[in-house]
Design a protein around this ligand. Structure first.
Ligand code: PLP
Length: 480
């Protein structure tokens, strides 16, 4: 493909993408394929001779689209939202064209510097405490990780390094292995599985803290566990709080938990993967109170802030705690400006070396929507969730299972778990709307998450009518 053909094909691709997204609701949201469907549709080996572009594009509809779950359909209500907007897509195109691997300032100064400033912009939109803002003289700052899982892992590894160094400073006779075998990390029993996974990778004990009846961790419960574990000779070193849990969007009591972590010299990380975006709205910002006690904080603009995947933003109060834990300085990565206090080399903040120019899409989105446009998007989706909640509440066959605070509604059919399971099976089989379940207090619960940017009231009404119709059929059949 030469430049002239790229120009032509690029314009065609933009049209294809625009048509796809504009007409997406006409496609079944959930694919009708069996495992292994794709292998039989394409050759077993890569082609020897070049093929025609037109043939590839034809195959997108023949091979790929039948196996796509359409995350951006207004009938997609599963998991949590995946952000998508045109400015972010265009910025990603430019990112691919520039194609720099911005592991250090010298590897592309704009890539590093825009990221630091975008994290400051976003940190200020969230009204983060000043210590998290890099500015020109700050000791904290932010970084873009690929996912919340990576952010949690990085925070846990940094906390582990800090704990070992701290204990060895006053007990030099203690070996690293001895200390590591006693370190304990804590998180909610409702936390995302990525937190437990981080502990497996970090090689530390992980304990799950039971939650209250709103599925949130209270200070007293953590305190009790810490006392027991310390009495048994263990060393608590890390707590991951969740703001907006995956099953039900519950909020841990960080204003109680934060002071406990600080007193115990434990690292507190806050995982707000989904809900974090909403904190740009003043009415939701109180849910972030307690952030002042945290060492690190993370959320995914790629979930709810219109910045396409991948963009998971993480802030630390003391960047030295993270940089100092993982610093490697081979000669080929060094550059003459690396000691300048005005910049940071992001390779020290993450697991891989290579990194894309992801801040470009934040820059495009923030400028094209403005803070107000982003707030409108969040508020619209929360309003739609409330609309769905009202529909559920008005039907006495159903019950709401958790307080609806943001864009997620947890509900179930009254009665046995089996009934709700059957209903979900029918919903999935119909392919008209797509939902996934969760478990709350041993109950099988359906999660209805407002996801697509294009979801409107008419889609919510249609989704509800569909659920109500399938329910009527199911209950009639189960009577016979
Ligand atoms: N934490 C929470 C609270 C989540 O809801 C999720 C995913 O939905 C994750 C972490 C994992 O996110 P990621 O895929 O960015 O690692």
């Amino acid at each position: 493909m030469d430049t002239a053909e790229f120009r032509r094909r690029g314009k065609e691709m933009v049209d294809y993408v625009a048509d796809y997204l504009e007409n997406i609701e006409q496609r079944p949201v959930y694919p009708d394929v069996e495992p292994g469907y794709l292998r039989s549709l394409i050759p077993t080996d890569a082609p020897l001779e070049p093929e025609k572009y037109d043939d590839i594009i034809t195959d997108v509809e023949r091979v790929i689209m039948p196996g796509i779950t359409h995350w951006h359909s207004p009938y997609f209500y599963a998991y949590f939202s995946a952000a998508s907007s045109y400015p972010a897509m265009l910025a990603d195109m430019l990112c691919s064209a520039i194609g720099c691997i911005g592991f250090s300032w010298a590897a592309s100064p704009a890539c590093t510097e825009l990221e630091t400033v975008m994290l400051d912009w976003l940190g200020k939109m969230l009204k983060l405490p000043e210590e998290f803002i890099a500015g020109t003289e700050g000791h904290g700052g932010g970084v873009i990780q690929g996912t919340a899982s990576e952010a949690t892992l990085m925070s846990m590894l940094a906390a582990r390094c800090k704990a070992v160094r701290c204990i060895q400073a006053s007990n030099p006779e203690k070996s690293e292995a001895e200390i590591l075998s006693k370190l304990v990390a804590y998180t909610s029993e409702q936390a995302h599985s990525s937190v437990e996974r981080a502990s497996l990778i970090a090689g530390v004990i992980m304990k799950k803290v039971p939650t209250d009846n709103s599925y949130a961790v209270e200070g007293a419960m953590l305190k009790k566990m810490l006392e027991q574990d310390k009495a048994a000779g263990l060393i608590p070193f890390y707590f991951c709080a969740t703001l907006g849990t995956t099953p039900s969007c519950a909020f841990d009591h960080t204003t109680e938990l934060g002071p406990i972590c600080n007193e115990e010299n434990m690292w507190m990380h806050i995982d707000a993967a989904y809900a974090g975006s909403a904190f740009i709205c003043p009415e939701f910002r109180p849910l972030l109170n307690g952030i002042e006690f945290a060492d690190s904080f993370n959320f995914n603009p790629h979930k709810w802030l219109l910045v396409n995947f991948d963009c998971s933003t993480m802030w630390v109060k003391k960047r030295e705690a993270i940089i100092g834990a993982f610093k490697m300085e081979p000669l080929y990565l060094k550059h003459e400006n690396q000691e300048s206090g005005l910049i940071t080399d992001y390779r020290h903040w993450q697991i891989p070396l290579g990194r894309r120019f992801r801040s470009l899409k934040m820059w495009f989105v923030f400028r094209m929507y403005g803070l107000q446009g982003l707030q409108d998007h969040i508020r619209k989706q929360v309003t739609l969730a409330k609309e769905f909640e009202c529909l559920v509440q008005a039907d006495n066959r159903f019950e709401i299972c958790a307080k609806v605070i943001m864009g997620l509604v947890c509900f179930r059919l009254k009665g046995s778990n089996g009934l709700s399971e059957l209903l979900l099976k029918r919903i999935t089989k119909s392919r008209e709307i797509h939902l996934v379940p969760c478990q709350l207090s041993g109950r099988f619960v359906l999660r209805f998450a407002i996801c697509a940017r294009s979801t409107d009231s008419r889609h919510i009404q249609h989704a509800w009518q569909h659920i109500a119709k399938l329910t009527t059929e199911l209950l009639l059949e189960s009577k016979h």
